[in-house]
Design a protein around this ligand. Structure first.
Ligand code: CMP
Length: 377
């Protein structure tokens, strides 16, 4: 019995325990409309690690603001679970949510949302007062320090209406940092700023990430979205496969959603073959986990090592595009298992028919890889 109990203790560790800083599981959000239920989020699964700088992009009405509202608890899921720091925030009532958010998250809005009747420094002290963090004297000092950090200390005793939009957003950032939260959520934080101010504010975000904060930002600004370290594209209430976005960035958002639905996950053990040279092509592959090695099989039974490919890179395009058999063999590297997203040949041809830009980008890669092979043999 004791043995059983010991085994139970070591092996009985729940696999459901959240491992990441942020985990969304099958999150659905439905709104009632006159025309029936509208699904803003259609079963989102998402994990985000500590220290990531994530941009969430998508057209208006795609569900991106709904998603960030789920993460801040401003809105609740209709079904599904949201864990942040191992805490299931979908179970919280309003009061619990507000207290938890005050200590764990800084939130930045497009329209700043400073309280108009409080001075700048009072706005920054408010979250510390609310959560009873720091002594009153420390609150004042800390607020001043944060205002200095975002370069608006000079405006500390003015009202929000007396300072510019860019300055107001800096104050909002200082307020978001008030309780030193591990993560910051921002909904279109630069949406209401001119491009120069937007860049400055963004530089500040980068600095916060470098200092260890986790940062999630909804944005429609493609330039800014490119500067984050991870981009999540949401379209029609669904998250697009991130590796697909990396591998084929020229696809339209509609195509990204369509292709995401057609992808099939396949896994291969260490050293296991994925493609054999000289065979007929079936799939196009995008690497989602691990490293693969590309080899050329020579007639004398020798192999020539060509290249290692990493997540976000693709293979299997050459035979499909040039109409012949596989030009090389591809295997999971010996050191790791590999996970790929496979796209069947019909779906692949549909894709290149729909997107001339992607077709051209793939042809460029084929030309470059062919040249590389010719140099090796
Ligand atoms: P395909 O010929 O369909 O199947 C083998 C794949 O190996 C090929 O497509 C490419 O995707 C990949 N491959 C071939 N040569 C190279 C190379 N020089 N660099 C990277 N990948 C290659």
């Amino acid at each position: 019995m004791l043995r059983f109990f010991q085994n139970f203790k070591t092996n009985g560790h729940s696999t459901d325990e959240p491992e990441h800083l942020i985990e969304l599981r099958k999150v659905v959000k439905a709104y009632k409309t006159d025309a029936g239920d509208f699904l803003a989020l259609k079963g989102i699964d998402l994990t985000i690690g500590a220290g990531e700088f994530v941009g969430i992009i998508g057209k208006s009405g795609s569900g991106k603001s709904t998603l960030i509202n789920m993460l801040t608890g401003i809105d609740r899921p209709t079904s599904g679970e949201i864990y942040i720091n191992k805490t299931g925030i979908h179970r919280f009532d309003e009061g619990q949510m507000a207290r938890w958010r005050g200590r764990n998250q800084g939130v930045i809005f497009q329209f700043f949302q400073l309280l108009p009747t409080l001075t700048v420094i009072e706005n920054v002290m408010l979250p510390m007062d609310f959560c009873n963090m720091y002594t009153p004297r420390q609150r004042q000092e800390r607020a001043m320090h944060l205002l200095d950090l975002v370069d608006v200390a000079q405006q500390a005793h003015k009202l929000p209406s007396q300072i510019s939009g860019g300055q107001q957003q800096r104050v909002a950032i200082a307020r978001a940092l008030a309780n030193d939260p591990p993560m910051i959520m921002a909904d279109e934080p630069t949406g209401n700023l001119d491009s120069r101010t937007a860049r400055q504010v963004f530089n500040l975000f980068e600095k916060l990430v470098a200092e260890g904060k986790t940062f999630l930002m909804v944005t429609h600004d493609d330039d800014l979205a490119r500067r984050v370290t991870r981009t999540i594209v949401i379209a029609d209430g669904e998250i697009v496969n991130e590796w697909l976005v990396k591998a084929l960035p020229t696809l339209s958002q509609e195509m990204l959603v369509k292709v995401t639905r057609q992808l099939q996950t396949q896994t291969f053990g260490p050293g296991e073959p994925i493609i054999l040279q000289d065979t007929e092509p079936d799939n196009f592959y995008i690497i989602t986990k691990g490293t693969v090695h590309v080899y050329l099989d020579r007639p004398n039974g020798r192999e020539i090592y060509v290249e290692a490919l990493e997540p976000g890179q693709f293979f299997g395009e050459m035979a499909l595009l040039t109409g012949g058999t596989r030009r090389a063999s591809v295997r999971a590297a010996r050191e790791n298992s590999v996970e790929v997203a496979a796209l069947g040949r019909e779906a692949f041809f549909e894709l290149i028919n729909e997107s001339e830009e992607t077709h051209e980008a793939l042809q460029d890669v084929v030309a470059q890889r062919s040249q590389n092979i010719e140099q090796l043999v």
